[in-house]
Design a protein around this ligand. Structure first.
Ligand code: GDP
Length: 295
């Protein structure tokens, strides 16, 4: 599907072979190939530039390890740098020491936010944790129905007050219900728009203020590509996120959005969505993602 980085670097290696130190002049070509690979993987341009600089610094002057091909060593440097940026290990969901743990879902419409809400509840159920889902998207009645249907499918209750109530009030009452019912986690699904708009942001900020979530997860469609960077910046600046879920990774994408999200917000991607079904959620593993981005 994509050209592997090791193949692309084939000609660049010719300048590296036989050297005992990786120097500026002999990694130019290699860095150019890494840059091309990242851009093809849809990593944001600025993020790519920053990354290339970091790789250049790590690679320059690195002694070529005896017995290791300099090209292999370079690939390892690039790979390790990617993993380091994306977080060395998978970071689990935050857990409140005073249940319920409150999770706020944020993101644009169509990214898979409602689906991810149900996926998380199923993930928690498999760990014998109870959840309550809260439907605050009053602008699209179908969104409430969708959450209710998903809730029935996974046998997790859904709190809703229809489309006439105020979203902040629904979130507040949903949290109160979760406390009363002693559930472990309450997951609040919110309205998304096709594009970021001030009204959406201020409503989200109000909901956040009202329920003080332990996690605010930005749901990002992996196909968003370059735009993932702006999206993350805006949500993080205006709402403050604690992590992200990258959806639709089952599609034809190398997942460069993952690198952009992490580099821009400094927050971990906690899960990836790999299909439309409620079971299609996996923990995010930085090393696997690094290999996928590099091809
Ligand atoms: P929302 O508007 O953000 O709440 O998005 P939805 O949860 O309604 O999802 C929008 C569409 O994307 C639906 O058709 C979902 O089935 C689909 N979807 C959600 N997550 C994934 C995923 O990880 N992979 C694929 N292929 N489709 C997904």
């Amino acid at each position: 599907m994509f050209e592997a980085l090791s193949d692309r670097l084939e000609s660049a290696w010719k300048t590296l072979r036989g050297q005992d130190k990786i120097s500026e002049s002999n990694i130019q070509d290699a860095l150019r190939e890494v840059r091309r690979a990242l851009l093809e993987a849809d990593v944001n341009l600025q993020v790519v530039k920053d990354f290339i600089e970091e790789v250049r610094e790590s690679a320059l002057g690195a002694e070529v390890i005896t017995g290791v091909q300099p090209d292999q060593q370079f690939i390892k440097i690039v790979h390790d740098q990617l993993v380091e940026i994306m977080g060395a290990t998978n970071e689990p969901l935050a857990e409140s020491n005073k249940p319920p743990t409150v999770i706020l879902m944020a993101g644009l419409q169509g990214t898979g936010k409602t689906t991810a809400t149900a996926k998380l509840a199923l993930h928690l159920r498999k760990q014998e944790q109870t959840s309550l889902l809260v439907a605050t998207d009053i602008y699209r009645p179908a969104a409430i129905d969708q959450l209710v249907t998903l809730g029935e499918q996974i046998d997790v209750p859904v709190f809703q007050l229809g489309t006439d109530a105020n979203p902040v009030e629904i979130a507040r009452q949903g949290l109160a219900a979760a406390r009363e019912q002693n559930v472990d986690t309450v997951i609040v699904d919110t309205a998304g728009r096709l594009q970021i708009d001030p009204e959406m942001m201020s409503e989200l900020a109000d909901i956040k203020k009202a329920i003080k979530p332990d996690e605010t997860l930005l749901v990002v469609d992996a196909m968003t590509g370059q735009e993932a960077a702006n999206l993350t910046q805006t949500f993080h600046d205006q709402i403050g996120i604690t992590g992200a879920i990258l959806t639709k990774m089952d599609g034809d994408t190398r997942g460069g959005a993952a690198l952009s999200i992490r580099q821009i917000s400094g927050k971990p991607i906690k899960f990836v969505g790999v299909g439309e079904k409620v079971e299609a959620l996996q923990p995010f593993y930085p090393d696997r993602m690094a290999s996928r981005i590099l091809g």
